[in-house]
Design a protein around this ligand. Structure first.
Ligand code: ATR
Length: 341
């Protein structure tokens, strides 16, 4: 199996595996029924032993049970081998909500530390930015948590370029997590250039387009009734009819390259630079191994150009999220002057 290189994430000293592991689907209800705990612990150990040590979870996944799973998996000397990333701020209680007020930030951090059963979280992200709370206020509390050594590094997910800039001025942001893949490229316009200008690491979530770039429209046959993807715009029949052409074209190129479509999709991200760390999610050891294999796929400039022409904005129909999560995408926060604690 390929050796998983180590890379620097951001400019504050965090070093992670060049590919991470998204743990959401192991226990969250979003992608169907939670998977058997012993199998998932085994998968996490397999990943760590293979060199995929950058583990991604959130209090939102499960909710909460994914962190508990990781807490169990990291017993017996595993904790020291990993870079542990979790998140706060996204809440689902019948409807989606986002929070970034200081008391909430602190309470979430304490609760995550307990569930994970660790003294310190390596990378703590705000999962979605709260459009009611100036980012300076949220960052002020995160900075205190760093000073208290409850967290080592700070990240944001789905933040706008200006929110990232404002946050970074309060306390250095180590990583921005964003949806980036061959079918989600809007972040290339201003968010990625902003991260690069500020020396912030880039963590690409859903790098396999939630499985669409791995299986194309066939993925629909595998989804359980309560799988959240069944509600997502890009997975609706009328959009899938259009989007399947994108998959077919990626598939043709992957055949030429002698790799799978998943590997090609991940290799495209690995070739964006050492500051980009994709975190594919999987619940299967064979898929984990295949994803690690993407690190050995070499793409030429011509391959990259061909992929970029295939993966144009016009090639994809449907928004990334549905209307039930209106403030979830690369959001702005209000001006600091508007804040009344
Ligand atoms: P997310 O970040 O939301 O988890 P993703 O990483 O883009 O999304 O894709 C995850 C999906 O791709 C999952 O459905 C996963 O299914 P398994 O749990 O069955 O693996 C699927 N997936 C991941 N790696 C894959 C691979 N190499 N081949 C096929 N499907 C894969």
């Amino acid at each position: 199996m390929a050796i998983v290189p180590r890379v620097k994430l951001g400019s504050q000293g965090l070093e992670v595996s060049a590919q991470g592991l998204g743990c959401m689907s192991m226990s969250a209800a979003f992608y169907g029924t939670p998977k058997p705990e012993p199998d998932m612990i085994n998968l996490i150990h397999h990943a760590i032993n293979a060199g995929v040590t950058f583990l991604d979870t959130s209090d939102f996944y499960g909710p909460k049970t994914n962190e508990i799973l990781l807490g169990k998996a990291l017993k017996g000397g595993m904790r020291e081998k990993v870079e542990l990333a979790t998140k706060f701020g996204a809440v689902y209680d019948g409807a989606f909500e986002v929070r970034g007020d200081p008391a909430y930030v602190r309470a979430c951090c304490e609760a995550s530390l307990q569930r994970l059963d660790v003294d310190c979280i390596d990378l703590y992200y705000q999962h979605r930015v709260d459009i009611r709370v100036p980012i300076e206020i949220t960052m002020g509390e995160l900075k205190k948590l760093v000073e208290e050594r409850k967290i080592k590094y700070v990240g944001l997910s789905e933040a706008s370029a200006s929110t990232i800039r404002r946050a970074h001025a309060v306390h250095p942001i180590t990583a921005i997590q964003l949806e980036w893949s061959l079918w989600s490229r809007d972040v290339e316009k201003d968010i990625i250039p902003t991260c690069r200008e500020l020396g912030i690491g880039i963590v690409a979530y859903s790098p396999l387009g939630r499985g669409f770039l791995s299986s194309g429209s066939k993925i629909m046959e595998k989804l359980e009734d309560d799988d959240y993807r069944k509600k997502m715009p890009r997975f609706q029949l009328e959009n899938l009819e259009h989007n399947k052409i994108l998959y077919q074209r990626i598939n043709e190129l992957s055949t030429k390259k002698g790799c799978t479509t998943s590997q090609l999709a991940l290799a495209w991200l690995h070739h964006q630079g050492n500051d980009v760390v994709p975190i594919p999610g999987t619940t299967r050891i064979e898929n984990l191994e295949q994803n690690i294999g993407a690190l050995s796929v070499k793409l030429t400039q011509e391959d990259m150009a061909e992929l970029e022409s295939i993966a144009s904005a016009e090639a994809v129909k449907g928004a990334r999220y549905g209307a039930e999560v209106p403030t979830y995408m690369n959001s702005e926060t209000p001006a600091l002057s508007s804040w009344q604690a």
